[in-house]
Design a protein around this ligand. Structure first.
Ligand code: PEP
Ligand code: MG
Length: 325
């Protein structure tokens, strides 16, 4: 079994009826690209940039960040590296910055909300990202977007940074893709409108499920509500994918669900284009994809979206997998 899995490290992610997707890795540091390549990642779907901020005793400088981002894009060439801008606040604190004390940190001053409120900190990161984009294929992704205005404001700051760099004749990729995480239900529901402005979506199911079910993802006592296959969640995911596709945007997923064997046929059937997960999960995910038909997965997904409960969906998927594997 282990030997068979290994053969999937160097294969393409393509169904029996020739539908191509990407299986990618989530990373936290540039050095993790070694492991991503070892397991055959077709890109990085999520580079959490928090480590640069949390391991330092100061806000990382543009130069410090540039070096880290450049290392990652160079290591993954010719594949794409999607780097998420700072997702700090909430439960993630910094030793050198005082965040306000909040009643509900997960609903509070964090991620893009913090960045839009601190343009100098945000633009330092954006300049570093743009500069690194001259050395490979880099995508910029904003976390925790809830409204169109937030996305437009963040995008506007990218444009300002591009202008600054141009004035100084500093190189960057003019066609750099700027996308967003879909991890707040409001964004999933409005995905079709977001797709007019964002170059891509990446669905963050860890938070999307937390916010949809109103269940703290860290609280064991309510962990039964973490239900990736709940039809409510599946419908939000489906809306996101169809909304993105309407404007020809690619739609990925970088939450835990993307690497879950029983979720993969459903996600594939809904049309998900990229699956990003922890590197060791890649061969198994690819094996699932390579051994099924896209046309069958579509029928399964359509059926699943009409179910009432998570259990009913699980049962459909189990029957499907038994037939197909
Ligand atoms: C998510 O919310 O699904 C996600 C990928 O981001 P994080 O786990 O870093 O919140
Ligand atoms: Mg998240």
């Amino acid at each position: 079994e282990q030997e068979k899995l290994k053969t999937y490290i160097n294969k393409e992610s393509v169904t029996l009826d020739n539908h191509k997707v990407l299986v990618e890795a989530n990373i936290g540091k540039p050095k993790d690209c070694v492991n991503a390549n070892k397991y055959g990642a077709e890109g990085i779907g999520l580079f959490r940039s928090e480590f640069l901020y949390m391991e330092n005793d100061h806000f990382p400088t543009e130069e410090e960040q540039f070096k880290a981002y450049k290392e990652a894009v160079e290591a993954m060439k010719p594949h794409m590296v999607v780097i998420r801008t700072l997702d700090i606040g909430g439960d993630k604190k910094l030793s050198y910055f005082t965040f306000p004390t909040e009643m509900n940190p997960f609903l509070g001053y964090r991620a893009i909300r913090f960045c839009l409120d601190n343009p100098e900190i945000f633009k330092t990161q954006l300049r570093a990202l743009l500069r690194a984009s001259a050395f490979g294929k880099l995508g910029i992704m904003f976390p925790m977007i809830a409204t169109i205005d937030e996305f437009k404001q963040a995008k506007q700051m990218v444009e300002e940074c591009k202008k600054e760099l141009k004035t100084k004749s500093i190189a960057f990729d003019e066609d750099i893709q700027v996308g967003m995480m879909v991890e707040i239900p409001a964004a999933a529901i409005n995905a079709e409108n977001f797709a007019k402005y964002a170059d891509f979506f990446s669905i963050g199911t860890n938070d999307l499920i937390q916010y949809s079910m109103a269940a703290d993802r860290m609280n064991q006592q309510v962990s039964y509500l973490y239900q990736p296959t709940n039809p409510s969640i599946l419908n939000l995911i489906n809306m996101t994918i169809q909304g993105g596709h309407k404007y020809n945007r690619w739609v990925g997923m970088c939450g835990e669900m993307a690497g879950d064997k029983t979720a993969i046929p459903l996600l594939l059937g809904m049309g998900l284009d990229a699956f990003s997960m922890s590197a060791p999960s890649i061969p198994k995910a690819r094996m699932v994809i390579d051994n099924l038909k896209y046309s069958d997965a579509k029928v399964l997904a359509t059926e699943a979206l009409k179910q009432e409960t998570s259990q009913q969906v699980q049962q459909l998927v189990n029957e499907f997998l038994n037939k197909n594997n």
